[in-house]
Write a protein that binds this ligand. Structure first.
Ligand code: PLP
Length: 496
């Protein structure tokens, strides 16, 4: 008889349940023909005794194998390895294992060069610079999980499990409309909201609906690179205007509008990405007036509205939009955690309805159960409480980061204390090169990443974004310490 007793290895205290471990190991034995087709399996009672497990475990295992089609049950005879296993026939066509694992497709497809990204070291004891993301350790995961579980157990939630509205769950749309009206001074109803899977989906949908190869889109020099790429993907032309300490230069925008037809302006008004400056009140009014006069869309990406350390946030352009020019985009991905793919696109209803239709090309709908969870999270005030908590932590981090960077590396870098956001725009003294700084930093396990992505036009600003929010105070100290060591090494090499 087949040595069943020694052929299985079951972990009783860890891993999946025993019956699944057993059935997975049976499948391996069947697949590699150790148990060939038509082999009779022992009775559940005998196998249970041999393996020292409960008979119910073996019964559940056989049921699983039966369900998956690996075995068949022949009345009054017993359980047999299936005589006709499709997977075994399939293997006959394979010449060797290598063919099965081919890493390149045997057909042509489009390669998206715009989306190429360099890969960097992300080992555990390395400090990896990000360009302004939240500290996921502060995510209120327990509360979110509890709400999710509670809602999942409710009978009324059943309807959220099937296909629903592409616009998003109506409870979240309602809760968000109220929330955005209260916190951002908008004047919208739920009909003007499309729930997206994060801001990026909003930027893509807006670009897709607005742009053709004949469109001109005004962006800053320099601009959020993913927006540039998304706009270029629609074959539209990027027209760059200067960004100074007051944000996008709207005078330049006006001059461009006089010369050519502009379809849209992309703006991160609250904290310009990447430089973190705020679009001044005067320029906001100017931009809205230009949009009204020249009938272009303003794509307002308000990715970090919640993060202000010195003053109340300045209301978005969307709050003053009386003519239907602004497409307002935001998400909870920065505020709660990037893993929760919930964002919103707010615009006139006709545009929202079309965006919902267009979304269907790639995504039939969002995750309604998660959307319900966040509707609850907003209504109960949990989101507000969470924001207050992280704001306190991030302000301390911003202050420490800027203080240490100034004290320890003030000669090498210049920067302004950002009023908000999660990153500092740090310019390297022109006598140094980022390439050499990055190379030396790696010697001390510090990964700075692709600094060139902030200078697509070769304007020579020599600055990058460094995120402070995701590092705790010890990590900030370690970051500055490693960077300082890199400079000391660099300078000693220059001398020798
Ligand atoms: C300026 C800006 N807009 C949009 C996004 C995309 O955010 P989401 O995760 O909500 O898609 C990011 C993410 O880094 C960002 O920095």
């Amino acid at each position: 008889m087949f040595p069943y007793k020694t052929s299985f290895s079951l972990q009783r205290d860890q891993g999946p349940s025993l019956y699944l471990q057993l059935s997975n190991q049976f499948i391996t034995l069947i697949k590699n023909r150790t148990l060939p087709p038509k082999t009779k399996l022992p009775s559940s009672r005998n196998l249970a005794m041999l393996l020292g497990v409960h008979r119910k475990t073996v019964v559940a295992c056989y049921d699983e194998l039966l369900l998956q089609g690996w075995v068949e049950s022949i009345p009054k005879k017993g359980t047999y390895v299936h005589a006709d296993l499709p997977i075994l026939h399939q293997q006959e066509y394979l010449l060797d294992d290598k063919e099965f694992c081919s890493s390149s497709a045997n057909f042509t497809f489009k390669k998206e060069a715009l989306l190429e990204r360099k890969t960097f070291n992300t080992e555990k004891d390395w400090t990896v610079v990000d360009d302004g993301i939240s500290d996921v350790r502060l995510t209120p995961l327990e509360e979110i999980a509890r709400t999710y579980r509670r809602l999942a157990g409710k009978k009324s939630t059943l309807e959220a499990l099937t296909y629903g509205p592409t616009h998003g769950n109506s409870k979240l749309r309602k809760a968000l409309a109220e929330y955005l009206n209260t916190t951002r001074g908008l004047h919208i109803s739920e009909e003007q909201i499309l729930i997206t899977r994060g801001s990026q989906m909003g930027i893509f949908l807006a670009s897709r609906l607005l742009l053709t190869e004949h469109s001109n889109v005004i962006v800053g020099n320099t601009n959020y690179i993913a927006a540039d790429v998304t706009i270029k993907e629609q074959k539209a032309n990027l027209v760059r205007v200067t960004v100074d300490e007051n944000g996008l230069n709207t005078q330049e925008i006006e001059e461009v509008c006089k010369r050519k037809k502009i379809t849209a302006v992309f703006v991160t008004s609250h904290h310009h990405h990447p430089t973190t400056v705020t679009l001044s009140a005067e320029r906001r009014i100017h931009l809205l007036n230009l949009a009204k006069e020249y009938q272009f869309a303003i794509i307002e990406d308000d990715y970090d509205y919640d993060f202000n350390y010195n003053h109340a946030p300045i209301l978005p352009l969307a709050s003053h939009d009386t003519h239907g020019n602004v497409i307002y985009i935001g998400s909870i991905c920065k505020t709660v955690a990037p893993v929760f793919r919930i964002g919103y696109l707010v615009a006139p209803k006709d545009f929202v309805d079309q965006a919902a239709k267009t979304r269907r090309y790639i995504d039939r709908q969002g995750d309604a159960l998660l959307e319900l969870t966040f509707a609850d999270f907003i209504k109960t005030g949990d989101l507000d409480r969470h924001i207050k908590k992280i704001l306190k932590a991030y302000k301390i981090r911003r202050d420490l980061f800027c203080k240490l960077l100034k004290e320890e590396l003030g000669d090498a870098f210049s920067f302004q204390l950002p009023k908000g956001g999660m990153a500092v725009w740090v310019a390297l003294n022109k006598k140094y090169s980022w390439d050499i700084v990055c190379e030396n930093a790696r010697k001390f396990k510090l990964e700075i990443g692709d600094w060139r992505r902030y200078d697509m036009e070769n304007s020579g600003h020599n600055a990058i974004r460094i995120g402070f929010a995701s590092m705790n105070e010890d990590e900030i100290r370690r970051f500055v310490d490693r960077l300082k060591k890199a400079f000391i090494r660099m300078q000693s090499q220059e001398k020798s």
